[in-house]
Design a binder for this molecule. Structure first.
Ligand SMILES: [Zn+2]
Ligand SMILES: [Zn+2]
Length: 300
């Protein structure tokens, strides 16, 4: 009935969906980048170099870095003109086929994203807050599977949170997922990586299984806490998680449901106030301020 991942077969696999290597403007090679994530306890990484002429339109081939314990998704950050306040779009495309043709100067962001999706890719609307995307911009990217609601690099620069735009899109009926990502470049001026990730529910650590789960919204996002279960029952919601100090349920109504406490690991909240909202979503915040977010949960 719901798109919740928690009781689906398989397990959660931790990954970063947005990273740059020295094939574009990142500091580290794909090998070094991949090793760094693996050593930090990740199960997979997507190296998404800037698909721009100045770098030779890289679609970084990381297949040789796959092992039985760690895998990679092939992808890129696509660019094309333009948004209301920026000369170019930033679009994450994962699962792109090698040889995906570069855009020509006439191709718009909307068209490029559609072409990437038609080629099999998962499409993410990258760092909307940092790009100052407007609601009309976002609605024009109709190929998007998800909004990058938290970008750790943008957060470092004080524009990391894109939930406002995502909630507006969801409230208008767009059935989008929501993911957090590093956008790591590992340059000296940058924040450390491994700060924001997804936990993807799939039966195996297989790139195709991970991509299918991403497209189906079978994941949640985090900068620290774990969400173990979210369950709807009798007009209520029950959340189980690693120890946190706040659990919030929000939807497309101005208010929220909140439970605060010390080292909460389970809480049940009523859903009455969300009768006018087509969806709800869950945020948990730990004692150090780190967060985890469920995907939007559709109520009808
Ligand atoms: Zn970008
Ligand atoms: Zn990027």
């Amino acid at each position: 009935m719901h798109n919740l991942p928690f009781d689906r077969p398989g397990r959660f696999w931790r990954g970063n969906l947005h990273t740059h290597s020295d094939h574009s403007d990142g500091a580290l090679s794909p090998e070094e980048t991949s090793r760094l994530y693996q050593e930090a306890g990740y199960d997979f990484v997507a190296i998404t170099d800037h698909f721009r002429a100045e770098y030779g339109f890289p679609l970084t081939d990381t297949r040789a870095l796959r092992t039985t314990a760690f895998t990679t998704l092939l992808g890129a950050e696509l660019h094309a003109p333009r948004t209301e306040f920026s000369t170019e779009w930033h679009i994450i495309a994962l699962g792109l086929p090698l040889g995906f043709p570069p855009p020509d100067s006439a191709e718009s962001g909307t068209e490029l994203a559609r072409r990437a999706r038609a080629a099999g890719a998962f499409i993410g609307m990258a760092h909307p807050a940092a790009s100052l995307l407007t609601l009309p911009d976002a609605e024009s990217l109709d190929a998007a599977h998800a909004v990058e609601v938290y970008n750790a690099l943008s957060a470092w620069e004080d524009r990391g949170d894109s939930w406002h735009l995502c909630d507006l899109l969801l409230g208008r009926g767009h059935r989008l997922g929501a993911y957090a990502a590093d956008d790591a470049h590992f340059q000296p001026k940058d924040p450390p990586g491994c700060a924001a990730w997804v936990q993807v529910r799939a039966e195996s650590l297989n790139p195709n299984a991970l991509l299918a789960a991403l497209k189906a919204c079978h994941y949640y996002s985090s900068t620290g806490p774990e969400i173990h279960d979210v369950r709807l029952h009798d007009g209520k919601i029950t959340i189980r998680c690693s120890p946190v100090s706040r659990v919030l349920v929000t939807g497309c109504v101005p208010g929220k449901q909140l439970q605060a406490g010390h080292a909460l690991t389970e809480c049940t909240l009523p859903l009455d106030m969300f009768r006018a909202s087509a969806y709800i979503r869950v945020t948990v915040v730990d004692a150090t301020g780190q967060r985890a977010w469920s995907n939007p949960i559709w109520l009808s």
